[in-house]
Design a binder for this molecule. Structure first.
Ligand code: NAD
Length: 490
């Protein structure tokens, strides 16, 4: 039977080779659910066991290798990802529904994640020495990899989220067994395969599947750390599971990012920036703007500008270069967002669907970009992580109230302040409970991506990604406190 070139067939990655198991699942294009983008091999506990044992064996040499050699391997991986960037981007766009332009950026950013990790390696390598030679005391503080790290990643930005984990864990001398999301496993698996070609066989393995495969990975005795990006409900299950073996967890979780638009903001810039940050990937971004607090003195003007931006959005096929918002990942996600919108309408809020449908959207998982005007802070749509194209706007009477409401959340991922008074904005930023606060933007600059420890406070995460702090998540300490034999015998 000939192979359809438009259907990607992804196997498990075990011992450096792609293996095809008898169990496979289809991945469909969320914009055209009748289109099968590809299939992926589903692993079982025996595959997990083989991957983890192989990883543990090969990690010993890798963990003890010269950091400069590891950095060189990561830079080669970055080059190889770039060579395949277009293919990866098209695949990610077709399986996840993210715009092709965004997926091109994501493939490039994934390569850059490997370069950044290589650059940061010197900051976390080597050892510190202290002591008092006069009395023969010598203290050495080393950092060591954990060993085998389980990396469990979601579907919404599969390449960059996989790359962030792979780059940091590998740079610091760990081996990785990765489990991508069954909703978008193809590009993440291909990316890991590309990285693996630059490393010893077995240092990176990929085992596809759902929660059961993830749990088999968590349960393996030789897994020494779990790095998970996904939702809070799953994180609770993982944490409970990891508690059995006291395996440490690293969590990048959901958010409910507030944007604070002050009365002295450049309203046009704020509307443009917030429209982009709230509806990128259809709002399916952990640090999308998910609620806006706007000063009542400028609220009407801001809302008009925001709606005008959203009305300009073209909603359709993610591979169409003229489209500015693609589909959501699943029918369920669309139904959830529709239900949230209906409940907001039922409590008297003005729910405005914006944007222009492009082409035939009937079968796809599409939802127009929607704002909820006149929202109250206590509303459901304000308090939840919607993870879809719906944005509530809350009018507020003062700076102090905006700060209080922004902080009144169990989440604390990112946030943004919009003001033309830079000093005022920085002062407010300092009072926000979040991992990151942007000023007059709600996206990372290239330097921000490299240097900011990305992560959340409260229920948005445990630990950090990117930056030297992100590498530190994959290291533990080993110290030696020695007394010279002469001092000991004296
Ligand atoms: P999810 O939690 O449903 O799934 C994430 C991964 O966990 C998938 O690979 C899934 O198969 C796996 N999984 C599910 N149950 C498991 C179990 N019991 N044991 C082991 N693994 C299990 O999340 P999702 O729907 O794929 O992604 C959306 C969520 O991810 C949102 O809440 C979003 O905010 C969050 N997210 C956070 C970040 C961040 O960096 N903070 C980035 C992207 C997405």
């Amino acid at each position: 039977m000939s192979h359809d070139p438009l259907r990607e067939r992804v196997g498990l990655l075990l011992d450096g080779e792609e293996r095809f198991s008898s169990a496979v699942e289809e991945v469909r294009n969320p914009g055209r659910p009748q289109e099968v983008v590809g299939t992926f091999a589903v692993g079982d506990p025996a595959h997990i066991d083989a991957a983890v044992r192989q990883a543990a064996a090969v990690q010993k040499g890798w963990g003890g290798s010269d950091p400069a050699d590891r950095a060189a391997a990561l830079r080669r991986a970055a080059e190889r990802i770039e060579e395949h960037a277009e293919r990866l981007a098209v695949l990610a766009s077709r399986e996840s529904g993210s715009l092709i332009a965004l997926c091109r950026w994501e493939a490039t950013a994934a390569a850059q994640a490997f370069r950044n990790a290589a650059d940061h390696l010197s900051a976390v390598s080597g050892y510190a020495e202290h002591g008092d030679a006069a009395i023969g005391d010598r203290v050495l503080v080393h950092r060591r990899p954990f060993g085998v790290v389980a990396c469990i990643v979601p579907w919404n930005a599969p390449m960059i989220l996989s790359a962030n984990k792979l780059a940091a864990a590998l740079a610091t001398g760990n081996a990785v067994v990765m489990k991508p999301s069954p909703l978008a496993p193809l590009a993440a698996s291909r990316l890991a395969q590309i990285v693996a070609t630059c490393l010893s066989a077995g240092l990176v393995s990929v085992v596809g599947g759902g929660a059961d495969v993830g749990e088999a990975l968590l349960d393996h005795d030789l897994v020494r750390k779990v790095s998970f990006t996904g939702g809070g409900a799953t994180a609770r299950v993982i944490m409970a599971r990891a508690a059995r073996t006291l395996t440490p967890v690293h969590f990048e979780l959901g958010g409910n990012d507030p944007a604070l638009v002050l009365e002295d903001a450049d309203l046009e810039a704020a509307a443009r920036g917030i429209a982009a940050a709230a509806f990128r990937r259809g709002g399916q971004v952990c640090f999308a703007v998910k609620r806006v607090y706007v000063h009542q003195a400028v609220a009407a003007e801001f809302e008009d500008l925001l709606v005008a931006h959203l009305d300009g959005m073209r909603v359709g096929d993610a591979l169409d270069e003229t489209v500015t918002m693609g589909p959501l990942i699943s029918r369920r996600q669309c139904e959830d967002i529709r239900a949230v919108a209906a409940r907001a309408r039922a409590v008297g809020r003005e729910v405005v669907a914006c944007g222009v449908p492009v082409g035939e959207l009937a079968d796809g998982h599409f939802h127009l970009p929607t704002v909820v005007l006149g929202a109250h802070h206590e509303d459901e749509v304000v308090g939840i992580e919607q993870f879809g194209p719906i944005l509530p706007i809350v009018r507020s009477s003062s700076e102090a109230e905006m700060i209080r409401l922004a902080n009144d959340s169990e989440y604390g991922l990112c946030s943004s302040i919009w003001s033309q008074d830079d000093e005022r904005a920085l002062a407010i930023a300092g009072r926000i409970e979040a991992g990151v606060t942007f000023v007059n933007r709600h996206e990372f600059s290239p330097q921000g991506s490299k240097w900011i420890p990305f992560g959340g406070v409260k229920q948005s995460g445990i630990g950090w990604e990117n930056s030297p702090a992100g590498l530190g998540e994959f290291l533990q300490y080993h110290s030696i406190d020695s007394r010279s034999s002469a001092a000991a015998s004296a």
